[in-house]
Structure formats: C-alpha cells, structure tokens
Design a protein around this ligand. Structure first.
Ligand SMILES: NC(=O)NCCC(=O)O
Ligand SMILES: [Zn+2]
Ligand SMILES: [Zn+2]
Length: 502
C-alpha cells in the first residue's frame, strides 16, 4: 500500500506516523539488559533514552506506552543479512526498505549487511550499497566481502576502515568460481584485518571439495535439491572452520565464523576458544531450529526454499547448537536473511547447483529464538537480550549506543508480551519473499511494539515507517576483541628471539 514511503491505502496503512511524538514514556514493564533486569519506566526524547527509573513523571503531552506485564528490551541487531544481494545470477527479493520493514515487524531495529565488491573493487561495491541503502527505514551497518587480492583491495580496506565505518571483512571459502578465495588470500586478508583492527569473518566450507561433491551427485543422477545437501557434508564445514581458525591463530587476529550450521564447525570453535583463541561463532535461526528433512520433499518449491549454504543439517546439529548458545560457547544469533522467490529458485529445477542459495529469517529471528530458547527454559531473558542484541553491539564496537537500554543509548526498543501468540506464514509476513521456511510455526511471546530511534514503528500489527529515515551506523575499528593482542604478539616475538641469541 506504499510508494516511496507514502501511504496510498488507508485500510492497510504502513505510512509514517505523522503524529508520533519525539517524547515517549514506556511505563510499567520489566526492562531487561544483558546484565540486569528491573521494573522501570523509560523516558525517551529525540530518539535517545534519557532516563531508566521506576515511576518517572512526565508532562501531559508525552505519549505513554503501557508495558505492564511485558518485557521491554533492546531492539534486535541482526549481524548477518543480504538485501539486494546479486548472487548466482539473481538478486535477493528484499531491498533495503522491504527487508527492513520485515525486520521492524519482528523486533529487529538494526542489521549489518554484506557489501559485495563490483569486479573485485571494494570501493565500487561500497558506493553501490550506500546507494541501495538510501531507502532504509531503520539503522544499518555494513560488513565488506573481499573476493580478490591486489594493492587496490588492501588500499580500499584501509579507506573503508579509516573513513567509511567498516570494521569487518568477510572471506568466502566456498562458491568456487564466484566468491571463493584461496588460502593465500585468506592469509593476506587476515594480516590486513589485524593491521586495521577489523574483524575477519569466514564462510567456512571447503569450496574445492564442495565442487567435487556436486560433480559426484550429478554423475549419480541426483539433480534435485537433496543433491545440494548431499554434496556438501558437515565434514567440509568442519575442515574449513579448522583451517580458518588455524590461519587466524598463525596471524594472531580474532576470527568470526558466520552461519555455524554443524557440530563439526562447533567443535572446532569450542576447541579454539578453550585454548584461548579469540573466535566468535554465529549460528543462525535456520541452523538452530530447522533440520534437513524438507530437502527431500518431492515438491521442488518446498524443497528448494531450504537450499542454503552451508546446508541445514540433520536433526541433532540444531540441538547441539542450541546447547552451545545457551552456555556461551557460541555468542550471538544471525539470520543470513537471503530471500529468493520460488520463481528465482526455479533456475535450478533440473540442476540443484543453479538454485540460488538462501533462506529468509530477518522477521522471524526474535520470535523463534524466544520460543525455542526462552520458552524451553534453555536461556534467561537476559541471555536472550545478549544473544540477539548486546553481543553483536559489543563485537562490532557500537555498544552502548546500540544493544542496551541506558541513558544516551539510541532508543531502539521492543515490547514483548510473553503471553501473546505469534504465527508465521508467507501470507502475512512483511518480506517480499513468496515462501517462508518457518511456514505454519505457532509460538508464544510476541513483539507487540517496536521503537526505532524513539519512534513507534510497529504497533497493533501495523508498520509506521518512513523511507529514507534509516541511518548508516559507522562501526569503529579495534573493538574489544583486539584488546591485548599486541601483548600476545610481543610475547611471541620474544619467544622467537630467545633461543637464537643464546
Ligand atoms: N548462505 C546462503 O546460502 N546464502 C547467502 C550467502 C552466504 O552467506 O553464504
Ligand atoms: Zn556465507
Ligand atoms: Zn550470508
């Protein structure tokens, strides 16, 4: 019902709330941060939190939101999305407006998207994504993918970190012939990340072996979506995770493993962390709550919607990842929201290798993590805040502006009713994708209100959003993961010199 952010149909209004006040009082809820929960009110002015105290008194003109009996928490931050992503000959169906509208309806108030270089140029990729994101209706940041290596790339990395607010670079170890990089590039890239204080991220799968596995399936006559899963077993995720971890250890730089899908990858991350290495593991909603059963569905449209990489694994991996998340072995939850319509997925109807990879999740993450992790008793509400918001803000160095409800924090806040129910369906979701991998899910714990920088943008199941109102969030380098790294380097250098000069 909207064009250019302007309401065109009153009966299904998603327009900007012209009456929205710049002063707001959240009254009577349980305010939850990652380290504390309390009964308190929250006073918000001009997009930021001013006060968090019990019984705040305000003037009559201030809008009051009653949160009695509900949890008031920092808005979700999704560390892993792909909006308007050109991939496998297609482009993801959600743009920065529709994807963010979906996010806000699900209680996520910031996301970090992956910029893809253009013909290897990071600068050109960044400019293109900055343009795409002009239509944003919520705050966002960027990671940058590195797909080739030359002097221009290392120069661009430096400019992006020092001038453009990027503090993380992703290296794809899979997608041979498209985004995949070799170990030589990983090493150069990790070294540059270390020098710049930027976090190295990996898509960890052995891309050479995946290509071999794909040929094997085709030779066996397995051309359907199940061929995708069979061609890239979890051992290949484990191998690449281990390799990236070792290389990061060799360079002595922190590492962030995106979309952890398997026990194999989890085991490598846990082993590295136990040995003191700084490795962050990001499971995604799909790896936590789904299993691979639907990939064998005889209906191509159903099976193809689950095709993503690394693949959604057999039941058992999901439970292990949940347990790891609940005990802090994994640190935060993303979505890898990468939505392709059923018609786009049909590109691979006779050859699974051509099915564009990706699943939805930006709108569902907050609800599903609540339902699966909090309702089951696996985590506390404070843990929920940590894994959906605060940890991400810490890792990407934007805390406490984001990821907290504290004086001076951005007023990105959700009100969740633990007694209300939610249902997931492609018929009612806000993403443009025509399918949903969580179709039919019914659960308890509903985000009833989303506040984005002090504006109520989701209430009574309606969006009130404004195209172009979202801001780019610059993320400074040398976050906490880099603290003390220089001391480890010095100790290493001294240990080398000692035997030489004796
Ligand atoms: N994961 C996936 O299948 N699609 C998005 C690209 C990526 O993150 O690897
Ligand atoms: Zn990936
Ligand atoms: Zn991704």
């Amino acid at each position: 019902s909207q064009e250019n952010g302007i309401c065109t149909a009153a009966e299904e209004c998603q327009c900007m709330d012209k009456t929205s006040s710049s002063k707001l009082l959240n009254k009577g809820g349980t305010v939850v941060n990652a380290d504390r929960q309390q009964q308190a009110d929250i006073y918000i002015e001009d997009g930021v939190v001013v006060e968090v105290q019990p019984n705040i008194k305000v003037a009559d003109e201030v809008r009051v939101l009653d949160a009695t009996g509900k949890y008031v928490m920092p808005g979700g931050i999704d560390p892993h999305t792909h909006l308007e992503f050109p991939f496998m000959g297609q482009e993801t169906i959600d743009d920065f407006f529709s994807g963010q509208a979906a996010a806000l309806a699900g209680g996520t108030t910031m996301h970090i998207d992956f910029v893809i270089p253009i013909n290897g140029s990071l600068a050109a990729g960044f400019e293109a994504y900055a343009k795409k994101a002009e239509k944003s209706c919520m705050d966002y940041g960027f990671h940058m993918a590195v797909t080739t290596w030359n002097e221009g790339v290392s120069r661009d990395m430096e400019i992006l970190v020092k001038e453009k607010g990027i503090n993380s670079f992703k290296f794809f170890m899979a997608y041979k012939g498209e985004l995949m990089v070799k170990d030589e590039l990983l090493l150069q890239g990790f070294k540059m990340c270390k020098a710049l204080g930027a976090l190295a991220q990996v898509h960890a799968e052995n891309g050479e072996a995946v290509a071999e596995g794909q040929s094997r399936m085709i030779e066996l006559g397995i051309t359907g979506p199940e061929g995708h899963t069979l061609s890239r077993p979890s051992m290949l995720e484990g191998e690449a995770t281990a390799r990236a971890i070792r290389l990061a250890q060799f360079v002595n730089t922190p590492l962030y493993v995106v979309h952890v899908m398997s026990i194999d990858a989890l085991d490598e991350i846990v082993r590295a962390r136990q040995s003191g290495q700084r490795v962050i593991g990001e499971p995604i909603v799909a790896s936590l709550v789904l299993d691979d059963s639907k990939i064998w569905d005889p209906d191509f449209t159903i099976a193809a919607k689950y095709v993503m990489s690394p693949p959604i694994r057999a039941s058992g991996h999901n439970k292990a990842l949940q347990a790891a998340l609940s005990t802090g072995l994994l640190q935060l939850v993303g979505t890898d929201h990468c939505p392709f319509n059923s018609t786009q997925k049909e590109a691979g109807i006779i050859d699974f290798r051509k099915i564009p990879n990706g699943v939805n999740g930006i709108e569902e993450r907050m609800h599903l993590i609540w339902d699966v992790m909090v309702n089951s008793g696996q985590i506390s509400v404070m843990d929920y805040v940590r894994i959906t918001s605060t940890a991400c803000a810490h890792i990407f160095n934007i805390y406490p502006r984001k990821g907290a409800i504290l004086p001076n924090s951005d007023a990105d806040i959700i009100i969740l009713n633990p007694n209300a129910t939610f249902q997931i369906s492609a018929k009612s979701h806000h993403s443009k994708i025509d399918t949903n991998v969580y179709e039919g899910w019914e659960g308890k714990g509903k985000v009833e209100v989303t506040i984005s920088r002090g504006k109520v943008v989701w209430e009574h199941d309606r969006l009130m959003i404004e195209r172009g109102s979202g801001r780019y969030i610059s993320m400074p380098p040398f976050g906490y993961l880099f603290d003390g790294m220089d001391k480890i380097d010095s100790a290493y250098l001294s240990s080398l010199k000692a035997p030489v000069y004796r």
